[in-house]
Design a protein around this ligand. Structure first.
Ligand code: ASP
Length: 343
């Protein structure tokens, strides 16, 4: 019998409406289990571990990522796969973070949740969770996991976690992976796409990375952005890295002050990575003249990475390599576990 560990952190899937405020709040895990007898009726053994209290994902932070990753690491040999129940709001951040924290992963870690609480009649909770469990347990004829990656399963698609973005606060199809195809689609059958899966050396032992440095920021450019705003952010004490959200193929205004501020920051040792504001497509510095200043200032290309993946990767790299900015810059320009396409 396959064994899956279900780790519940909270999210809408576990929520009930508060009698006092009327707002949705996480209930406890026993309440959730009562709605999900199917969990214990199938041919996969499901054990549960839960955060206490369960959280809305707006309250999930890097300490929580460490707790989740540790739960996987500590029980790695005991289970065929892992499912993490999580709120949708920051699921892409958490799942991206775990994809970098769990080096040499050779078992599935599937994040899922729902847009309606489990107790609501039209809820998407059961389908999402039961399919995620099936995916976490799925193995080929040799007994190897079919998708040994950190992924997000939602509605009917399985995506590589570090390629996802929450795209919809209303529809059941809450996530998308704009720059990489789905790893599986679920209908009557689950159709896997093994040629798209990122496999690691099965003999390499799982390594856990847990140090995050949160001294990073996102700077989103817009027409009319003012120097004092940019200067205030780039001169923040202790700042180590910046995700620079640019226009189109990685373009920015050509104002001299912007170049000077960026260059001064890079010269001070701040790592700045260019991430396009477009969901689909890639940064291509040098394609337009309006990106040349960024190159000259020492800004690195983020290619087609998501903001969620870039931020979490940056935080982990700075946390793990506190005295080696050069190594952090080099690794930010490289694909570590399928998070970006470098042509
Ligand atoms: N606010 C909820 C959360 O992220 C939303 C959800 O789960 O869909 O925890």
């Amino acid at each position: 019998m396959s064994k899956v560990l279900l780790i519940s952190t909270g999210g809408t899937i576990t929520m009930v409406r508060s009698k006092t405020s009327g707002a949705l709040v996480p209930a406890d895990i026993e309440n959730f289990k009562a709605y999900m007898p199917e969990l214990f009726a199938g041919d996969i053994q499901v054990d549960i571990q839960a955060f206490s209290p369960l959280l809305d994902s707006s309250d999930v932070n890097p300490d929580c990522w460490v707790r989740m990753a540790r739960m996987v690491y500590d029980h790695y040999e005991d289970y065929d796969g892992f499912v993490i129940l999580h709120g949708t709001d920051t699921m892409s951040y958490s799942a991206s973070a775990l994809s970098f924290m769990l080096e040499n992963l050779s078992k599935p870690v599937v994040f899922t949740g729902s847009q309606l609480p489990v107790g609501v009649l039209r809820s998407d909770a059961k389908e999402n969770l039961l399919t995620a469990i099936e995916i976490a347990a799925a193995q080929d004829e040799e007994g190897n996991a079919i998708v040994p990656e950190v992924t997000i399963y939602f509605e009917d698609r399985l995506f590589r976690a570090n390629r996802t973005t929450k795209r919809n606060a209303e529809h059941f199809s809450a996530f998308n992976s704009y720059n990489y195809p789905a790893l599986a689609k679920a209908g009557v059958h689950i159709t896997y796409q093994p040629h798209l899966v990122h496999y690691t050396d099965l003999n390499a032992p799982l390594r856990l990375h847990t140090n995050f440095d949160c001294n990073v920021a996102v700077l989103k450019l817009f027409p009319g952005i003012q120097q004092p705003v940019v200067r205030a952010l780039l001169r923040t004490r202790g700042l180590k890295g910046v995700v620079l959200e640019t226009f189109g193929a990685g373009n920015a205004p050509t104002d001299k002050w912007l170049y000077r501020e960026l260059k001064a920051a890079v010269d001070k040792g701040i790592v700045i990575v260019n991430k396009t504001q477009c969901n689909t497509g890639s940064v291509e510095m040098g394609l337009y003249a309006v990106s040349l200043n960024l190159m000259k200032a020492g800004v690195i290309s983020g290619h087609d990475i998501t903001t969620e993946a870039l931020l979490t990767k940056m935080m982990l790299l700075f946390g793990e390599n506190p005295d080696d900015t050069e190594l952090v810059s080099t690794l930010l320009g490289k694909d570590i576990c399928g998070e970006m396409t470098i042509d």
